[in-house]
Design a protein around this ligand. Structure first.
Ligand code: PLP
Length: 451
């Protein structure tokens, strides 16, 4: 196959069978027999191969991927430079354990992350294998470094499913039901969500209202700030619905932290690594977290979680915290290749294509009965669906129907929150792919609106 024909073939969706095709049906049936039913599958995609922004299923159907493995394959599927880095490292050394031995690349990546992370000054890096592990490390470190025991997290937030991370998570009750008791000392505050302010304030006052509530209710009635180790926040809520708080809300959290000696932990597991057109969503608000948590996009699909902290904070003794696999050489090699590609133009592409897509989506709330709000930054884009523009009554069933109808047209997207569609494509997409995705999404939306 010539390079051009391959590029063309792997650029746009192509469906060959009704969905799901026979092979996909076979696997879905076996999956139901053998695999934990706790996974949430929105539609029966059985992935076989991926190139760039295209995923091929077992029946040879090709889909345009605007989900990116839940915002993970930042550089697209199987980017040749990532594949080469992984193959080279796998042939050289797959594992020794960074807990007991040294790897050069652990240091190289940490040095790079120190330079990229917000804030000047020395930092240290702890490696795990997932977002949840990055959060666990941050929680343990925050307690260890401050000698305080409590945490503030936010309604709607998602930080993972291990016990510590789950204790912070307040996204859906299903994620917590019957798992308690959880880690004590976590208090949840309202998150500024201007489109539907939890405190009923108008959009432009929502940030201030939520900050006031935290400062004057939570920190005065349920935990004094002197007992709070850290405020943990997603600068843009991911699973909670791609909710973008006003910059002043995040700046207010930073101010409260500085005032009371609480640490500011930014969970950039979903919003980081260039997805918003800057390295970190925190940068859009100009805040400098004390601890930064990363995973998902960092290694283009290999498992890696990172907790970065000021060096004076990450000052715990040997044995205090560790991970057998964390910082695995193959995952770290993939991360270094990923960062090179993001620096080489993909982050800029995310900004440019994000602007292009937002431009195209700008009139959807006017043109589409179901679209209440379009929001996000870069290629982290949410469309909130509502039954009624006045009451803003949520439209969760319609949202699910649009996601399914998009799949039937060859477009992979995911929901987030109760009634929001998320667009989180790989950062390599071009304008033609953006136009194709928006066309398919609009068809799907129109079909559901007509039902
Ligand atoms: C913001 C955020 N934090 C943490 C996590 C947990 O990551 P993982 O599933 O890798 O444990 C997620 C996963 O969706 C996330 O979006």
């Amino acid at each position: 196959m010539t390079k051009t024909s391959m590029t063309l073939e792997w650029k746009l969706p192509q469906l060959k069978t009704p969905l799901p095709g026979p092979e996909a049906q076979r696997i879905v049936k076996l999956d139901a027999r053998y695999i934990s039913p706790s996974y949430t599958r929105s539609y029966p995609l059985v992935a076989k191969r991926g190139r760039g922004a295209i995923v091929e299923d077992l029946d040879g159907n090709r889909f345009l991927d605007f989900a990116a493995g839940i915002a993970v394959v930042a550089t697209g599927h199987c980017h040749p430079e990532v594949v080469e880095a992984v193959q080279k490292q796998a042939a050289e050394l797959i594992h020794m354990s960074g807990t007991d031995f040294y790897y050069e690349n652990m240091v190289t990546l940490a040095e790079k992350l120190e330079a990229l992370a917000p804030g000047k000054g020395e930092k240290r890096v702890f490696y795990g294998n997932s977002g949840a592990e990055a959060i666990e490390a941050a929680m343990k470190l925050a307690r260890y470094a401050t000698g305080r025991k409590n945490f503030i997290a936010f309604h709607g937030c998602f930080h993972g499913r291990t016990y510590g991370a789950l204790s912070l998570t307040a996204s859906k009750t299903r994620q917590r039901d019957r798992f308690g008791p959880l880690v004590p000392g976590v208090f949840h505050a309202p998150f500024s969500y201007p489109y539907r302010c939890p405190l009923g304030a108008p959009p432009e006052k929502c940030g201030e209202a939520c900050l006031n509530y935290l400062e004057n209710v939570i920190l005065k009635t349920v935990t004094s700030p002197e007992e709070v180790a850290a405020i943990v926040v997603e600068p843009i809520q991911g699973e909670g619905g791609y909710v973008v708080p006003p910059p002043a809300f995040l700046q207010g959290l930073e101010r409260l932290c500085r005032q009371h000696g609480m640490l500011l932990v930014a969970d950039e597991v979903q919003s980081g690594m260039g997805r918003t057109g800057k390295w970190w969503a925190s940068e859009h608000a100009g805040i400098t977290p004390d601890i930064l948590c990363l995973a998902k996009g960092i290694a283009s699909g290999l498992p890696l979680g990172v907790c970065i902290a000021r060096a004076d904070l990450m000052n715990w003794p040997p044995g205090a915290h560790a991970s057998t696999f964390g910082g695995n050489p193959v995952a770290v090699a993939a991360a270094l290749a990923t960062i090179r590609l993001l620096e080489g133009g993909l982050m800029e592409n995310a900004r440019r294509l994000g602007d292009y897509i937002f431009g195209k989506l700008a009139d959807w709330p006017r043109r589409h009965r179901l679209v209440g709000e379009v929001r996000g930054r870069g290629l982290m884009i949410g469309l909130e669906l509502v039954k009624d523009k006045q009451t803003r009554e949520r439209a969760p069933k319609e949202r699910d129907a649009v996601v399914e109808a998009a799949f039937q047209r060859g477009l992979l997207i995911l929901g987030c929150g109760l009634n929001t569609i998320r667009l989180a494509p790989p950062l390599i997409i071009d304008q033609e792919q953006a136009d194709c995705a928006l066309g398919l999404l609009e068809d799907a939306l129109t079909e559901v609106e007509k039902r």
